[in-house]
Design a binder for this molecule. Structure first.
Ligand code: GRF
Length: 197
């Protein structure tokens, strides 16, 4: 049975596109929805151009009422009936209640070598710490922010004089390689991790 995948984005959607472009042919899954918390997210137009159903649930009208925002998200998600949810540059922190609702079905891409540098500004923190390498991780989403089981990692050397922008430019292509590989395995029921290269 082909797995149904919903992808949540907040911005450009380059990771979303790498997932969508890989879900063809003998891939065990297909994208059924691209959902954003921002109508301005450039990724929405890219998804529409691919004929994928899109939706927007703007978080701003809900103010600090996260539960109400997430109930609106869940209403849209329930209509799409996803087997898997991929967070791809989705920049809202989800509550335990929402995560429990979709536990075991939700993946996220994070631009660091977890468990190092959970949260924001990951590349700057790796450089400031004097690390010799950085990278990205795909993990299962749990109630602990960026804390779930890591299912894949890709790493790159940090060069002398690197800026966080330069590092991000070298890590993002790895994200576009790693996330589709992990999603395919996840859709096939494989829960062991892969490391690139
Ligand atoms: C990526 O670096 C991702 O790891 C992070 O946000 C960025 C989103 O990029 N969470 P895009 O929207 O997928 O292009």
């Amino acid at each position: 049975m082909t797995k149904r995948v919903a992808i949540l984005i907040s911005g450009g959607g380059s990771n979303m596109m790498s997932l969508v472009e890989d879900m063809t042919g003998d891939h065990p899954a297909r994208p059924v929805l691209v959902l954003s918390n921002s109508a301005e997210a450039a990724g929405l137009e890219k998804a529409r151009a691919r004929g994928i159903v899109t939706a927007v649930v703007d978080h701003r009208p809900f103010g600090s009422n996260r539960a109400a925002f997430e109930d609106a998200l869940t209403t849209v998600l329930d209509q799409a009936r996803p087997d898997i949810i991929c967070l791809a540059g989705f920049m809202r922190v989800l509550t335990d209640r929402f995560v429990l609702r979709w536990q075991g079905k939700m993946l996220n891409i994070h631009p660091s070598l977890l468990p190092k540098y959970k949260g924001l500004h990951t590349h700057r923190r790796a450089i400031e710490a004097g690390d010799t390498e950085a990278g990205c991780s795909v993990h299962e989403v749990t109630a602990e922010l960026d804390g779930g089981r890591v299912l894949g990692q890709a790493r790159v050397a940090i060069q002398p004089g690197d800026t966080s922008e330069a590092l991000a430019d070298r890590v993002l292509p790895l994200e576009h390689q790693l996330y589709p590989m992990v999603l395919r395995r996840f859709a096939e029921g494989i829960r062991t991790r892969i490391d690139l290269p």
